[in-house]
Structures are given as C-alpha cells and as structure tokens.
Ligand binder design. Structure first.
Ligand SMILES: Cc1cc2nc3c(=O)[nH]c(=O)nc-3n(C[C@H](O)[C@H](O)[C@H](O)COP(=O)(O)O)c2cc1C
Length: 322
C-alpha cells in the first residue's frame, strides 16, 4: 500500500509547464507514491468517491498538488474535496478516517512573492488564502503541515518568464516537497508521532485483548495513573481490565498537544489528551459521560526497525484550579 498519495488538481496537465515537472520529479523519486491525476481520471468532473477515499485511507501523507487559480484550488480539485470529504468519512460521528494523517498543500503560484503582501496588489499573504483548506484539515483531524509553494510559475512565451526558469523552480519545488515528506515519514519524531496516533486509535476501540498494547510496553513498564501505580505487563493487564469495565468502546482520545524530544535514554513524549467517553453504569462514573483532560509524559525507545517501546507512562489529571 502506498504511504504517500498525491492528488494532482491541475485541470489540464497537457498545458502545464510546472506541475508536470513537479509530478515527474515525484514519480522518479525513490519513495513510492500513488499519484492521482484528476484531469485524466475525471475529465467530466464525476469523481469516483469510493476509489478516492480508499486511496486516502491507505496513505500516511496526503499531498494536494495544484496551480493557484483565482486565489484558490482549481474547480476540479474543489469538486474533489466537496465529494470525497463526506459525512462519516472526514467529519460526523464516524468521520475519523483521515484523523492523524499528514496533509501538505503544494502549489504553484503565478504572482511574485512581493505582490502577496498588504502593500502589494494581491494584498494578502499566501497563508491567508489557504485558511479555508487549513480549517478543512483541522475539521477532518488531518495534521496540517507547512505548505510548499513557489512563486513566478506562470509561463507565457515572450511575456512572462522563461521556460527554463519556471522549470528549474519546479524542480527545486519538488526537492523541497520530497524533503518535507521524508522528514514526516522517516524522522524518529515522525515515527513516534504516528505511533501515538495508533496508540490512541486502539484505546478508542478498547479491544478485548490487550496484546497490541503489551507488544509496545517494556516488560518492566512503570504505569502511573491518577488512581495508582501499576508495574510491568501484569500491572498493565490489571489496569486495562479495569478501564474496560469503566469506559465503553468507541471513546475519543483527542491529542491536543504533542511534543517529542530526545532524552538521555531515548525520547520523551509530552501530551495533553482530552478523553470523551461514555461509561458503564457499574463504574465509578455511574454511567455518566466523561470529558476529562490529562497531561501524559512517556519515556520511549525506538529500535532500528522503527518500533516504539514505552518504558514509563505517567498520566496526571489537569487540575482546573491550577
Ligand atoms: C484560471 C487561472 C487562474 C489563475 N489565478 C491565479 C491567481 O489567482 N494568482 C496567481 O498568482 N496566479 C494565478 N494563475 C497563474 C497560475 O497559478 C500559474 O499559471 C500556474 O501555477 C502554473 O502552473 P502550470 O505551469 O502547471 O500550469 C492563474 C492561472 C489560471 C489559468
């Protein structure tokens, strides 16, 4: 399965001078990518929503590659977003299918940098024009990463720019995009961040078996919760069975803050998590819905295969009086 999906929103790549160059560089890179050229797939604007959603589900990184058209995405790409980011896929009670995936806007822009300024004729910064897409990403639970963009990409022979200049800028653009993707997929921080996403996805489901969690816990793990300390795998099993008697499956762990930094023994992960959950009648919460905020500090290590092991797991309730 492809880990990177690139949605090319150019309405007609036959007439492109820069997006084609960028896509070619991506195609030639060693990273395997699912590059989806919307102009070829859907010249009639009839999007195959199921196929597009399947491609997004399979990806860790989603790139929208497009030329800036009237300060926004081209109409074909807007149609794609409207159709594909549907209820219970990108939003709604079961709309978590994009949650935690990295999202990069990669765009080519005709105007020069200085025109995108309060004193320039385009008045606003590029980032301001991208706000609707940024908010779309937030709503869908995507992780909005710094956009990659390049100015002065319009080529009209004898009027604007030289072909070799726009193409060279396109190659440079592709290099920057690939570098960002590489950092997202392969840096230790990125691997740990992906693990955190998967960890809470599992906790949301509260599966009967605790095996998946145990595979990522050190044999002597220190598991410190607001209600007490638990030691090693046996301690975790005790705590987990108690958690399963308290919270109903299908809860929602929202990662509000996440920081990964190097520590003496590996990495320290600092998190702020909001838990929204329904509880069982016989639990200490007596069947009431809970909305709680906790700070978590983990000590983890990463092996050569990129597997994460948790050694210390400390959870503290956030005190509303503090
Ligand atoms: C319909 C249309 C609208 C455009 N609108 C803008 C715009 O709002 N701002 C801008 O800087 N460039 C604009 N441009 C220039 C394109 O961004 C530029 O031609 C494109 O990024 C070059 O990519 P390509 O060679 O792959 O087609 C527009 C071009 C077209 C065709």
């Amino acid at each position: 399965m492809s880990k990177i999906v690139v949605i090319s929103g150019h309405p007609d790549l036959e007439k492109s001078h820069t997006n084609t160059v960028i896509l070619k560089c991506l195609e030639d890179s060693p990273e395997s990518m699912d590059i989806r050229r919307l102009d070829r797939l859907y010249p009639d604007f009839r999007i195959d929503v199921e196929a597009e959603q399947a491609a997004l589900k399979a990806a860790d990184v989603i790139v929208l590659q497009f030329p800036f058209h009237w300060y926004a995405v081209p109409a074909l790409l807007k149609k794609w977003v409207d159709d594909v980011f549907s209820y219970n896929f990108a939003y709604g009670p079961e709309g978590d299918k994009l949650k935690g995936k990295d999202f990069i806007l990669s765009l080519t822009i005709g105007g020069a940098e200085e025109t995108y300024d309060p004193l320039g004729y385009n008045h606003f910064k590029i980032e301001q024009f991208l706000h609707p897409l940024q908010q779309t990403a937030y709503l869908a639970g995507l992780v909005y990463r710094a956009p990659v963009y390049t100015h002065r990409m319009v080529y009209i022979p004898g009027v604007y720019n030289r072909l070799e200049d726009v193409q060279s800028r396109a190659r440079d653009h592709a290099g920057r995009l690939l570098e960002q993707i590489d950092g997202l997929l392969n840096s230790p921080q990125a691997r740990i961040e992906r693990f955190v996403t998967e960890w809470f996805r599992q906790f949301d489901q509260l599966p009967q078996s605790s095996d998946w969690f145990l595979e990522h816990l050190d044999r002597d793990v220190n598991w410190v919760m607001p209600d007490g300390r638990y030691s090693g795998h046996a301690g975790f099993r005790d705590w987990y069975s108690h958690a399963r008697e308290t919270f109903r499956p299908g809860c929602d762990h929202q990662v509000e803050q996440l920081e990964v930094r190097r520590s003496d023994t590996g990495y320290q992960v600092d998190l702020r998590i909001r838990l929204l959950a329904e509880t069982f009648e016989g639990s200490p919460f007596g069947g009431e819905a809970v909305n709680m905020l906790v700070n978590e500090t983990w000590q983890v290590s990463l092996d050569a295969q990129g597997r994460v092991t948790i050694h210390d797991y400390l959870v503290e309730a956030v005190d509303s009086q503090a």
